[in-house]
Design a protein around this ligand. Structure first.
Ligand code: HEM
Length: 206
C-alpha cells in the first residue's frame, strides 16, 4: 500500500483553505438563524488561525531547538502555512463584518473603536505580510527590509493573539490555557533566538 503523503506547497494551502471553509460552513449550518452561528464561526476561525499562525511563527525556532525531518518539513512549508493563516483570518474578518452589519447592537456592546485598534493593526500587518509573500514584491523590497517587515509583523500578530486571550482570561474555560499557549510560544521563540546567537558567537570564536 502506498504510504500516505501529506500535501505540500500550494496543495497544502488549498487543503487548509478548503478545511477552513468547510468548518465555517458546518458551524453556520448547525445554528438556527441569529447571531449564535456567526459568533461561533468567528471564534472557530480565530482558533484555526491560531494553530496555523503558531506553526508558521515557530517553524524556524523548532528547527533550531528540535532539529529533525518533521521540523525541517514544517520550515519548508512555512510560506504556505502563513498564507493559510492569512486565509483563515480573512474568513474571520468577513464573518466579523457580517456580524457587525447584521447585529450592530451586539457587535458594539462592550466594544469601542479604541478596543478594536490592536486587532485592526493586526489586520494591517496581515495584509502587508500577505502582499509581500510573493517573489516580485520580495525582490522589490530587498532581503533586509523584507525580513524586518516579516519579523515585525509576526511579532505584532503574536502580540494581538496574546492580548485577545489575555482579555478573555476572566471568562475561564479554555482562555487561560490559550493565553498560556501563546505566551509559551513567545518564550520558545525567544529561547531559540538566544540559542542561535550563542551558536553564532561560539562559531565566530572557534
Ligand atoms: C489580527 C487580528 C485579530 C486577531 C489575532 C484576533 C483574534 C481573536 C481571538 C483569539 C478570538 C477569541 C477566539 C476564542 O474565543 O477562542 C477572537 C474573537 C473575536 N474577534 Fe478577533 N482577532 C483579530 C481582529 C479582530 C477585529 C479587528 C475585530 C473587530 C473589530 C475582531 C472581532 C472579534 C469578535 C467579535 C470575536 C468573537 C467574540 C465572541 O463571540 O466571544 N477581531 N479574535
Amino acid at each position: 500500500m502506498k504510504p500516505l503523503t501529506l500535501p505540500s506547497g500550494w496543495k497544502l494551502f488549498a487543503a487548509l483553505a478548503a478545511l477552513t471553509l468547510l468548518m465555517t460552513a458546518l458551524i453556520l449550518a448547525a445554528y438556527p438563524p441569529g447571531s449564535g452561528g456567526l459568533r461561533s464561526a468567528i471564534r472557530a476561525t480565530a482558533r484555526s488561525s491560531l494553530v496555523l499562525f503558531l506553526m508558521a511563527f515557530l517553524a524556524s525556532s523548532l528547527v533550531t531547538l528540535l532539529p529533525g525531518p518533521g521540523t525541517r518539513r514544517l520550515l519548508r512549508e512555512r510560506r504556505f502555512l502563513g498564507l493559510a493563516f492569512a486565509f483563515s483570518h480573512t474568513v474571520h474578518g468577513v464573518l466579523i463584518y457580517r456580524y457587525a452589519q447584521q447585529f450592530p447592537e451586539l457587535f458594539w456592546a462592550g466594544r469601542t473603536v479604541t478596543s478594536s485598534l490592536p486587532g485592526s493593526i493586526g489586520y494591517l500587518f496581515l495584509l502587508l505580510l500577505t502582499l509581500t509573500s510573493f517573489k516580485a514584491p520580495m525582490r522589490l523590497m530587498g532581503g533586509r527590509a523584507w525580513k524586518l517587515l516579516h519579523s515585525t509583523g509576526m511579532w505584532v500578530l503574536a502580540g494581538v493573539f496574546c492580548l485577545s486571550f489575555y482579555k478573555r482570561i476572566p471568562m475561564g474555560g479554555w482562555y487561560p490555557l490559550a493565553f498560556a499557549l501563546v505566551f509559551s510560544a513567545i518564550a520558545f521563540k525567544l529561547t531559540a533566538k538566544l540559542a542561535q546567537r550563542q551558536r553564532r558567537a561560539v562559531t565566530a570564536l572557534s
